[in-house]
Design a protein around this ligand. Structure first.
Ligand SMILES: N[C@@H](CCC(=O)N[C@@H](CS)C(=O)NCC(=O)O)C(=O)O
Length: 279
């Protein structure tokens, strides 16, 4: 387990961060599941698993994978809106045959409702959940603000793939990894400017909204990608990060960085046990 000294090296060092990290450390002593939000301790469904039955009336089923950042987006929206759901974890590295009949891409997150309707692709899944379910509206009503959030997401989609590239080249080419990290930091600085110009704590304004939840899962994985120090150079994004750590949905769906790292190591080795790491 990481000790608090290691945490200090990984994370910005405000007292608020330290308290949250202390909480992470203490809960991880008891059980990882305390930190894995609403997921269960059951193993993911893999090749050969029987298909689950129909979705009961009044409930939405979510096909997820514990450590998938895209499924994490959907789980954040479910938590933020308090949506009652049935969670099925899929072994995305050794998929059950029937899963491809639901989603031809074979990817999580995928939703299924009691009418047998299936919805996939994380931004579409999150918009669907926000539109169909009552409670806090996460998407702005104003068409321009809504468009701004979608455009920001497109910019973010050009940034996060760099994180995976950094890790994949690091072992063999540290110079290329360092260049990629610089490129990532430059992109992060643009997000810092967005917040500075908006003069608001969150990317959609004064409250957490959809765009924040769409980006957060990648920030939660910053320590895995070894880019935590980039936050020291992006003051506004760093403050956003601190605020996001206090959001109830983020807290409910957080995963201990050590667990994420354990998953990622097995995942990069192509080990299908990765998806059930830590349970
Ligand atoms: N564009 C998809 C990406 C989802 C995705 O890549 N999910 C991964 C798990 S993190 C997956 O299901 N992979 C299975 C595969 O690629 O076959 C989305 O936004 O939902």
């Amino acid at each position: 387990m990481l000790d608090l000294l290691d945490w200090d090296q990984c994370y910005p060092t405000s007292s608020c961060s330290k308290l949250i990290l202390l909480w992470f450390s203490l809960t991880s002593l008891c059980s990882h599941s305390l930190c894995v939000g609403m997921t269960t301790k059951e193993r993911s469904l893999a090749k050969g698993s029987p298909a689950p039955g129909p979705v009961p009336e009044g409930i939405i089923r979510v096909y997820s994978m514990r450590y998938c950042p895209f499924a994490h987006r959907a789980r954040l929206v479910l938590a933020a809106k308090g949506i009652k759901h049935d969670l099925i974890n899929i072994n995305t590295m050794n998929k059950p045959e029937w899963f491809l009949d639901k989603n031809p891409f074979g990817m999580v997150p995928t939703l299924e409702n009691s009418r047998g309707q299936v919805i996939y692709e994380s931004p579409i899944v999150c918009d669907y959940l926000d539109e169909v379910y009552p409670g806090k509206n996460l998407t702005p009503k104003d068409p321009f603000q809504k468009a701004q959030q979608k455009m920001l997401l497109e910019h973010f989609n050009k940034a996060w793939p760099l994180l995976f590239k950094i890790v994949s080249v690091k072992k063999n080419n540290s110079e290329e990894a360092s260049d990629l990290k610089t490129e990532f930091l430059e992109k992060l600085m643009k997000f810092d400017e967005v917040l500075a110009k908006k003069k608001s704590p969150f990317f959609g304004g004064n409250e957490v909204s959809m765009i924040d939840y769409m980006m957060w899962p990648f920030f939660e994985r910053f320590s895995v990608f070894e880019v935590m120090d980039c936050l020291n150079k992006t003051l506004h994004v760093n403050m956003w990060y601190e605020l996001m750590m206090q959001d109830p949905a983020v807290q409910a769906e957080c995963t201990h960085p050590e667990v994420l790292l354990g998953f990622f190591k097995l995942y990069t080795q192509g080990n299908p046990e990765a998806v059930d790491y830590g349970i």
